[in-house]
Design a protein around this ligand. Structure first.
Ligand SMILES: NC(=O)c1ccc[n+]([C@@H]2O[C@H](COP(=O)([O-])OP(=O)(O)OC[C@H]3O[C@@H](n4cnc5c(N)ncnc54)[C@H](O)[C@@H]3O)[C@@H](O)[C@H]2O)c1
Length: 418
């Protein structure tokens, strides 16, 4: 019998419409679903998933169940669950434990409920599921054959586990597929972070000093899109190569110490901790807006913000005004959690089409391979390229192929200047 804990089953019909809309824009995953329906590669496999419960995730879950899997799902962030979607999934018979605005305690209760289903495959976004299994639910290790990881922060943690000899089952780093990070982290985060800022503030970005902390894949996408909105983009970095790249891409680069004096909007995309902290908060201008689009809510040091403020109030959904002691007001979006998921809807479906196609094909791969060592693996090149080819086909784009002469030429070392 499926079990669930969600906000309200009555809103399932709205979730069904969201699912339909997302599915229409996820042609690659739809093709995989048709294949899965015929082949049933996940027959009787229990999949435990800790992913943002969005309309796109519903399309992934539908694909996995079409392949024969029995799925248990919880959210991968206390603020990112779309309650309508959770209701839709519960009504479809999925074991789902997620609602928007969970406390930390409730969040881990949901993670543990997923583990109670004794998954043989785990799909994670941020490694909380894998971490909980390894730290507190080692009973579950017996059943797990392998897992996948969706995001940069999760992959960093899993590699640290592998290095420390703590990782007890194989994980495929879906984040590191080209068809994931080049599109999801860059264009997905770029667009949806702007979307989250606009939905919660409706401020004009043109002419603003827009500070992006971290020039990785997410930071590059966000800087590009903020410039497109007419903002003057300032990048902060710790990596000299990325800082140089940001300069050559036409952005200003400076330390956060300096940027904090002139910024109007700040967004962290580093995967790091306390990137914006007390000394920066105290320097900021009256009216500055602060948001985070990195995985965890530790990039902005919120206890520091609380400690220098004497009051706060909620002005609009996802917009909190802090009365800071040196006579200014600062505005924190979405409690410092992923602003694109908490204040908007996360990445567009077209982008998640590729990320989640990698997830579905990697789940199938883990079952096919059966016994892999307890390491962090890259997504197999065949899967990455297949996803790109299917996407190109879906958007009616043809590309060239090497001729035989070109193939020979590219494989030889003997040819040189002629
Ligand atoms: N919002 C989303 O939907 C979404 C999507 C994908 C990834 N993420 C998360 O976003 C974060 C970044 O992901 P990414 O793929 O861009 O990672 P990345 O590793 O490509 O980039 C991170 C960058 O931040 C820089 N950095 C680290 N500490 C810093 C500091 N103190 N100050 C300034 N720069 C610093 C690093 O040098 C690096 O260039 C991760 O937490 C990831 O999990 C979020």
């Amino acid at each position: 019998m499926p079990s669930f804990k969600i906000k309200d089953l009555k809103i399932a019909p709205q979730g069904a419409l969201l699912f339909e809309w997302a599915s229409k824009h996820m042609p690659v995953l739809n093709q995989i679903r048709h294949q899965f329906e015929k082949k049933k590669p996940l027959s009787n496999i229990v999949i435990g998933a800790c992913l943002h419960v969005t309309k796109e995730t519903a399309v992934l879950i539908d694909t996995l169940t079409a392949g024969g899997a029995n799925v248990a799902l919880c959210g991968s962030n206390p603020l990112s669950t779309q309650d309508e979607v959770a209701a839709f999934l519960a009504e479809k018979g999925i074991n789902v434990y997620a609602w928007r605005n969970e406390t930390t305690e409730e969040y881990y209760w949901c993670v543990n409920k997923v583990i109670d289903h004794a998954p043989s495959i785990t799909l994670d976004d941020g490694a909380d599921l894998v971490g909980t299994i390894h730290k507190r639910r080692r009973d579950a290790l017996e059943n797990v054959k392998g897992g996948t990881e969706e995001t940069t922060t999760g992959v960093i943690r899993l590699r640290a586990m592998e290095k420390g000899g703590a990782l007890k089952y194989p994980i495929i780093a879906v984040n590191d597929a080209y068809t994931k990070y080049l599109f999801d982290n860059r264009y997905g985060t770029g667009q949806s972070t702007i979307d989250g800022i606009l939905r919660s503030t409706n401020l004009l970005l043109a002419g603003k000093n827009f500070v992006v902390c971290g020039y990785g894949w997410c930071g590059r996408g966000l800087s590009m899109r903020a410039r497109g909105m007419g903002a003057q983009v300032i990048v902060t970095e710790v990596n000299p190569i990325r800082a140089l790249e940001a300069i050559m891409d036409g952005f200003q680069v400076m330390p956060i110490d300096k940027a904090s004096i002139i910024g109007d909007v700040f967004v962290t995309t580093t995967g790091d901790i306390s990137v914006i902290r007390k000394e920066h908060i105290l320097r900021m201008k009256d009216g500055a807006v602060i948001a985070n689009s990195g995985h965890f809510n530790v990039e902005i040091n919120i206890p520091d913000l609380e400690s220098v403020s004497f009051s706060k109030r909620t002005l609009r959904p996802n917009l909190e005004e802090y009365n800071v002691r040196n006579e200014k007001k600062l505005y924190l979006l979405a409690q410092g959690r992923l602003v694109n998921l908490a204040a908007a809807e996360g990445h567009p479906s077209e982008v998640m089409d590729m990320s989640f196609s990698n997830q579905a094909l990697c789940a199938e791969y883990l079952i096919e391979k059966n016994r892999m060592e307890s390491k962090v693996y890259s997504v197999p090149k065949e899967i990455d390229e297949l996803v790109a080819r299917l996407k190109l086909k879906a958007i009616n784009v043809e590309i060239d192929e090497f001729t035989e002469e070109q193939q020979r030429y590219m494989a030889t070392w003997e040819a040189g200047t002629v």
